[in-house]
Design a protein around this ligand. Structure first.
Ligand SMILES: Nc1nc2c(ncn2[C@@H]2O[C@H](COP(=O)(O)OP(=O)(O)OP(=O)(O)O)[C@@H](O)[C@H]2O)c(=O)[nH]1
Length: 206
């Protein structure tokens, strides 16, 4: 599995639960058409695409969390595969983009937070950070959100990023409307991490 991975070192991985608009975002980034609005959890394997005009490879990882009609053990296997993929390629992954539904994310996270439960998105966030992979929260469907600042502050809070969200703009938090092609904030955040990585490479020589 995953043997189609290109040998490039500016890979950005895209993660998110079903129905957050990952396929819509992929279409915006790559210009390809993807299955959108169909059955949740359509993407089962990592797929690699060019992020034009940037020189990135964007890897679409399978949706985690709720997948309608997919047995638990298959969902667990998919999650294990994602974790393995990230561990194996951590050194060459420039950034992990976790796509969230701006309207639903806080409720979903709160519903799944408890003494024995950690929400998938928060778990993935922590895991990426543990591996040293910078994370961008791409907060999608912002067209459906009225209380923009409050909502983005709450999202920051749930991921352990100190509000106000504005201080994470252009780096860790990118409000977007994938459906309308409004993804400038995400481009900016990913480019920020590219510059950081290049700077780190440079300093290795001193
Ligand atoms: N309002 C709004 N809806 C959006 C936006 N982006 C995507 N959607 C809608 O959200 C639904 C799910 O979008 P998809 O792109 O299929 O979501 P996905 O995350 O790929 O879902 P899976 O295929 O289940 O993994 C579709 O009805 C989209 O039209 C957005 O920015 N705003």
């Amino acid at each position: 599995m995953f043997d189609t991975r290109p040998d490039r070192d500016s890979e950005v991985v895209l993660l998110g639960r079903s129905n957050v608009g990952k396929s819509t975002l992929m279409r915006e980034i790559t210009g390809h058409r993807f299955d959108t609005g169909g059955k949740p959890g359509v993407t089962r394997k990592p797929n690699h695409y060019d992020w034009a005009p940037e020189d990135f490879v964007i890897t679409d990882l399978p949706g985690f969390g709720f997948m309608s009609g997919v047995p638990d053990e298959v969902q667990e296997r998919i999650k294990t595969d994602i974790v393995r993929y990230l561990e194996e390629h951590a050194d060459s992954i420039l950034a992990g983009v976790i796509v969230l539904d701006g309207k639903a994310a806080v409720d979903i996270i709160d519903r799944h937070s408890g003494p024995d439960e950690i929400p998938h998105a928060v778990e993935m966030y922590g895991f990426l950070r543990e591996l040293g992979i910078p994370v961008v929260l791409a907060v999608n469907k912002m067209d459906k959100v009225d209380d923009r600042d409050d909502r983005l502050n709450d999202i920051c809070d749930r991921f352990g990023l100190l509000p106000p969200w504005k201080q994470w703009e252009g780096e860790s938090v990118a409000p977007i409307v994938a459906k309308k092609g409004n993804i400038g904030a995400l481009n900016e955040a990913v480019r920020f991490h590219l510059h950081e990585a290049k700077r780190d490479d440079l300093f290795k020589f001193f």
